[in-house]
Design a protein around this ligand. Structure first.
Ligand code: DGL
Length: 269
């Protein structure tokens, strides 16, 4: 493992690009390899065992590309597989979790809302996060079926996505939350829409920046920060159809970096 090696990131689809944006902002010289498992998306509706198997395959793929650290840029995958990945592989992993801790420190009304997948909200990891940081607060959890698929299609605005969001934000508004946590890495792409729809004064937060800082910390401690001075590059891999996923990546990331390629055949069944 060397400082010049790339960082690997993966998600059930394109959502992890929201985490990658923050990493790129903080670590401009790192090379980044992104894997989006779009064919298998959404993870939130799969069993933990099935998600673990996909995560193991993706980890092996990234290790074959000599990554020095892997960011599990997916809340559902972090819930289902992070512990097992850490037990099985020696590469450092950085996982993600909904920004409950930050929300608890921001709320004045002592009421926060969390938008996430059902899998994230029902996991023991989320329960202990709430117990640890939000005990004594009202926490309104809202599973958002269908939102991940909207982002996968690149439908980050428009009437259908807006109608879904309106439905999911309503219970949070009824409970008077003053902080909304985007607890799925796909949702930061919907932030402009969410901010337009919540009441004035309601804060909308996600975990991209803290995850980027944690990535920087882990690399610094291991003296693995890339010393090069040129801008880092990005490579994208998908288990979906690159001719479909490629344009969505371009829309969400702003370019296709060094290209969007399909993962090997073993990932496509
Ligand atoms: N981006 C993933 C997450 O943060 C979406 C999960 C899914 O595919 O259900 O949870």
């Amino acid at each position: 493992m060397a400082a010049q090696d790339p960082i690997g990131l993966f998600d059930s689809g394109v959502g992890g690009l929201s985490i990658m944006k923050e990493i790129r902002r903080l670590l401009p010289h790192e090379d980044l390899i992104y894997v989006g498992d779009s064919k298998f998306c959404p993870y939130g509706e799969k069993t933990s065992t099935a998600i673990q198997e996909r995560c193991r395959m993706i980890t092996k793929f990234l290790l074959a590309k000599s990554v020095k650290l892997i960011v599990v840029a997916c809340n559902s995958a972090s819930v289902a597989a992070l512990e097992q990945l850490r037990a099985e592989f020696s590469v450092p992993f950085v996982g993600v979790e909904p920004a409950v801790k930050q929300a608890a420190s921001f709320t004045k009304k002592k009421r926060i809302g969390v938008l996430a997948t059902g899998l994230t909200l029902s996991g023991a990891r989320f329960t202990s996060l709430v117990e640890k940081f939000a005990g004594g607060l009202t926490v309104v959890n809202q599973a958002c079926l269908g939102l991940v698929e909207q982002v996968e299609r690149g439908a980050i605005n428009g009437p259908e996505t807006e109608a879904m969001l309106r439905r999911y934000l309503q219970p949070l508004e009824e409970k008077g939350v003053d902080v909304v946590v985007l607890g799925c890495t796909h949702y930061p792409f919907l932030r402009p829409l969410v901010e337009k729809m919540v009441q004035p004064g309601v804060q909308v937060i996600d975990t991209g920046a803290p995850v980027a800082r944690q990535t920087q910390r882990v690399l610094t401690q291991a003296t693995l920060i890339n010393p090069k001075t040129q801008a880092g590059k990005e490579w994208f891999y998908t288990s979906g159809d690159p001719s479909v996923v490629g344009p969505v990546i371009e829309k969400l990331w702003g370019s296709h970096g060094e290209g969007v390629q399909q993962l090997p055949a073993a990932f496509l069944t």
